[in-house]
Design a protein around this ligand. Structure first.
Ligand code: ARG
Length: 561
């Protein structure tokens, strides 16, 4: 219907193309203003006339087809009133099992590099955010038919492991590491830095151990591998709680034998320069600090391994896009690395390598639960959210079945939803009361709406409805709900284009709100069987779209709450 209206406007105004019209066309806030409204402000400049007059003229010229009941100017707007019955039928016809999916990504591959915590360090709230955003982008691209490679680029190589080995050998114990895991490794790391301030020779020892690692020394590598395995157990526990996974755990260490080729190619192409003993690529011409490639002692660094990773992924996955989800603070790093690839002569770097930054999330007042010192563990936050939801359930609905499972889905859903509800670049603070509220703009609200739809279906005992009489659901709230449902395929595409899960979370919220308004106006369990069927049909598809929308965010929904 929207496209039909766009066509009608397009036929009337030659000066605007369809894409622009589509961008301007609005859904008016009130029913008496029609179903779609076309504001004429932008046309005032082109036609050198007042928007009101332009609206009058357009309304007069448009031919009212059978799809419309009326076209009228109202101030600076042209309002379109659609033939409700035709519209309802049209939306219903479009909705099948794969509603919202598309094939636009078929044959294309997207690499998403996300989560990527640093081994032996805590998985903090920042890592939680990249994990949640990356996972949502994966679902969004998957829905559009892309092949996605989910890559966890673990921070599992670098001089810090030399330090850790020294600290472990001096002050650590096998039992403590095995028992406490990452917190113990972190403590050893902190202790190393404290002691190294007093005794600089510790730094030399650390460097020696890292050199040993790079040379393949068995003892060095076996300790390193052990630290890595221990860390992975903890990370995978978090991924399990979040119900997500990866196709590859190829961390920085995976590229340690692949950086040499990069250095060679850079040298051959005349891009390397020496600077105080280190090798760099000068990026003065692009107003960027130089990209460091090798250190004084010849060892590679974070950027070198990222360069190696890009070529490895290009060769093995043949990506059309490679997307990196990290905090905003890595903006320069990625700009430098991408520029180096471009300077090496690979034009695709410009379009295909994309950094997707995000802002900070923190608990209002800054007090997040901690395990040691000020270090915040994502896992503690997730657990706290689940246990708080469990308390709410115990108070409000103690007889609920599968309380633990529901608490997990809702507690985790609340965190994910909050993380994805604002544009990713914005900093967000939250309070438990806010994100756990069942009537705010929250995950629990949407999940509760979903459970409410499920309960309506249980009460009516209907699970599937065939053909319905469309004229029975042409009332205001039913049509408003259908209009939201109608937008789903477009929303998924926009979210992918903008690499922005908030487009989906905002949408799911709008569907849930429209559903609740419909639900308050329309009783579903009624005598008239045809009417009941028509309304239940609407409940079924609204429920499906809410579930599929939450799926795109990585949120699970319980059938009962
Ligand atoms: N390990 C890094 C960190 O925790 C993130 C890695 C992002 N990915 C990449 N290819 N550099 O900050």
């Amino acid at each position: 219907m929207k496209n039909k209206i766009i066509d009608l406007i397009d036929e009337t105004i030659e000066e605007l193309d369809k894409e622009i019209i589509s961008g301007i066309l609005e859904i008016p806030p009130k029913e008496d203003m029609g179903d779609f409204a076309f504001p004429c402000f932008q046309l005032a400049k082109i036609f050198r006339k007042a928007p009101n007059m332009i609206a009058e003229e357009i309304a007069g010229k448009i031919e009212v087809t059978k799809d419309l009941s009326k076209v009228a100017a109202m101030g600076p707007y042209v309002n379109f009133y659609v033939n409700k019955e035709i519209y309802v039928k049209e939306v219903l016809r479009k909705i099948g099992k794969n509603y919202g999916s598309s094939k636009i990504g078929e044959g294309k591959t997207i690499c998403i590099d996300y989560s990527s915590p640093n081994v032996a360090k805590n998985f903090h709230v920042g890592h939680l955010r990249t994990t949640i955003i990356g996972n949502s982008l994966y679902h969004i691209f998957d829905k559009l038919g892309y092949h996605v490679e989910r890559i966890n680029h673990l921070g599992d190589w670098g001089t810090q492991f030399g330090k850790l080995i020294v600290a472990y050998k001096k002050w650590g114990s096998k039992e403590a590491v095995e028992e406490k895991g990452i917190p113990e490794l972190l403590e050893l790391y902190v202790k190393f830095h404290k002691e190294a301030e007093k005794d600089d020779s510790l730094n030399d020892q650390a460097r020696e151990w890292f050199v040993k690692m790079e040379q393949g020394d068995e003892e060095a590598l076996s300790i390193w591998k052990w630290f890595k395995d221990i860390s992975l157990v903890e990370y995978k526990r978090i991924y399990n709680i979040l119900n997500l996974g990866f196709d590859h755990y190829t961390g920085e260490s995976f590229y340690r034998d692949k950086t040499g080729a990069i250095v060679d190619e850079l040298t051959k192409k005349g891009l390397l320069e020496e600077s105080q003993g280190a090798m760099i690529v000068n990026l003065d011409d692009y107003d960027m600090a130089p990209c460091l490639i090798t250190k004084k002692d010849g060892s590679s660094i974070y950027a070198t391994r990222d360069l190696a990773a890009i070529f490895y992924r290009k060769e093995n996955y043949h990506f059309d896009k490679c997307i990196y989800v990290t905090g905003l603070e890595q903006k320069l790093h990625f700009a430098q690395v991408f520029k180096v690839v471009e300077l090496m002569g690979y034009e695709w770097a410009k379009e295909q390598l994309i950094h997707v930054p995000y802002g900070l999330v923190s608990l209002e007042g800054g007090k997040l639960s901690t395990r040691s010192g000020n270090i915040v563990y994502a896992e503690d936050i997730l657990k706290e959210s689940v246990s708080k939801i469990k308390e709410i359930i115990e108070q409000k609905n103690p007889d609920l079945e599968n309380k633990d499972d529901v608490a997990r889905k809702v507690g985790i859903g609340a965190i994910i939803f909050n993380d994805l509800y604002n544009q990713r670049i914005k900093d967000v603070t939250f309070t438990w009361e806010k994100i756990h509220s069942f009537d705010g703009e929250t995950g629990p609200y949407v999940q509760y709406t979903y459970a409410r739809a499920a309960s309506v279906l249980r009460k009516t005992g209907i699970t599937e409805v065939g053909e319905i009489d469309a004229s029975l659901i042409t009332d205001e709230t039913s049509v408003a709900l259908l209009k939201e449902i109608d937008r789903f395929p477009e929303v998924v595409k926009t979210a992918a284009e903008r690499l922005e899960p908030s487009v989906v979370s905002r949408y799911v919220m709008a569907v849930a709100q429209a559903f609740n308004r419909f639900y308050h106006e329309n009783q579903c369990k009624v005598e008239d069987e045809n009417l009941m069927k028509a309304r239940v049909k609407l409940v079924i598809i609204a429920k499906q779209v809410i579930r599929d929308g939450l799926d795109l965010l990585g949120i699970q929904c319980p059938e009962q709450m």
